[in-house]
Design a binder for this molecule. Sequence first.
Ligand code: ZN
Ligand code: ZN
Length: 371
Amino acid sequence: MKALVFDGEKAAIRDDVDVRAPGPTEVRVRVVSAGLCHSDLSVIDGTIPWPSPAVLGHEGAGIVDEIGEAVTNVAVGDHVVLHTMAFCGACKWCETGRPAYCRKSISNASQPFKVAGDDAWNFAATSCLSEYTVVQAVQCVKIDDDIDLNVACLIGCGVLTGIGTVWNRTNLGIGDTCAVVGVGGVGLNVIQAAKVRGASRIYAIDTVASKEKLAREFGATDFIVAGSDVDVVETVRKNHPTQIANIVGSFGEGGIDYAFDCVGNPAILNQCLQMLDWGGTAVAVGVPAFDATVPAQVTLLTHVERTLTGSRAGSHRPHWDIPLIVQAYKQGMIKLDELVSAKYPLEDWESATHDLHEGKLARGVLMVSAA
Ligand SMILES: [Zn+2]
Ligand SMILES: [Zn+2]
């Protein structure tokens, strides 16, 4: 079968790939489509260290092809969204509603594949840039057959990450103000989740001016084109002066309630911290190099209780959050179709990569097999 394989230096479509039958708790899925996410490209460029050979892809949807003997949550023929968290379901964190902290839910690489007869690794426990993949049953969430799998595939990473970040990692509520830096597939979902929660002002910030239209469609109230000649922190802060005129000094200014770095850049994360009002929260969403550090002014935390925190893929609870997102989509509260900027056959993954780097895409969808 066909798959996108990383060989340790580069990635290429190969047709000498096989995947084994599912074990007792596993499911084999015929992948219909998959979003091209930055994290796949980060494996190829070395930002995310990963063993090779490995089959890439971690944001997909498909149709259940075969189930292990202990699987009860899905049946052959079900349409499913895949997600990366192969959590155990029985540890302290799973039992208390935080599967993102389950130690089984990260870095649990295995070798269900063969490439040219040799064992090959999966990626993010998912590997959906492959005609077939084998995942844990807990990674499959059934959706209605009438939802386009070319759209649903985006839920498993970019949508969950963006929406989950706002809904699961913050208390952003009606009237709050926020800024979202990086208006790609994740940033747009942060924007629409903030809108659903009732944010009164949503700044979208990106270096690509043409992203303004989509950002506003998703709920942004303001758009700032970032560049070397623009002080984005001041641009935001000047609109939110403190309401108490006699407060002066380093901490007396106004600011916004939440700022999200969807790029994964320490300098941007620091800007996010700078934009905040007292008690505001900056959230690291985009993933930088593994050992990246952020030099932040500590007294912003000690004197005015700003918070610097992170979001692991929206800290999602997949079997709750994915149906919730699908329901919100059906009710018209959440946009998904508009996230799909272009569709490509799997073989054209390099065109999709090029378009992503050019800033042309919210998300590019790779069509892996016929629906
Ligand atoms: Zn991703
Ligand atoms: Zn667990």
